[in-house]
Design a protein around this ligand. Structure first.
Ligand code: FES
Length: 183
């Protein structure tokens, strides 16, 4: 039968259940209360479960918000980028666009303007245009994207670059929205 030592509300129960006076001296110096230990273990387990469940909930909310954001991505503000006359054929330049920050506009020929978010869809390194080869190159793992479509053509990336839609009004080029890169 377990031996119990009363200390106010404290109780000490030896793990082997033998009376206190039969216990070795070290056990008297370091008493173990099994009931209390079990209570603490249950409380810790409950905390752990609440933490894990909370993490799942936060994760689900985050995914939901991210999806909302992606759906709303087509309704972006209209921002001036550069005047047409300042972007020569074969030229490119960086610009900022809300939520996508670093973007690149390229004019591969007289009639064509393209713009993409410069984040590689593999691990987010910045890509750079090589206009004469009609590619965007990601130096991190030698990923390549088609310069006109943003689709991956070589290396680890599997998804296209996010395209920034453009409009030309008079001589000014405007960024008007974002099309999320397809697989
Ligand atoms: S980060 Fe671009 S290829 Fe890996």
């Amino acid at each position: 039968m377990a031996h119990k030592k009363q200390r106010g509300d404290d109780r000490t129960i030896a793990p082997d259940g033998r009376p206190l006076d039969e216990q070795p001296k070290w056990r008297l110096d370091f008493p173990i209360d099994l009931d209390r230990d079990n209570y603490v273990a249950r409380r810790d387990f409950t905390k752990f479960m609440v933490l894990i469940s909370g993490s799942f909930v936060v994760g689900q909310v985050w995914i939901g918000l991210d999806n909302l954001f992606r759906r709303a991505a087509g309704k972006m503000p209209v921002k001036p980028v550069v005047s047409l006359s300042d972007l020569p054929v074969g030229g490119s330049m960086s610009f900022r666009y809300p939520k996508y920050e670093h973007c690149i506009i390229v004019r591969p020929d007289e009639q064509t303007l393209v713009a993409f978010n410069n984040k590689c869809t593999h691990l987010h390194c910045p890509v750079r245009p090589i206009v004469e080869r009609e590619v965007f190159q990601c130096p991190c793992h030698s990923g390549y994207f088609d310069l006109r479509t943003g689709r991956p053509t070589k290396g680890p990336p599997r998804r296209a670059l996010h395209r920034i839609t453009l409009e030309v009004r008079e001589d000014m080029i405007y960024a008007t929205g974002v099309e999320i890169g397809a697989t």
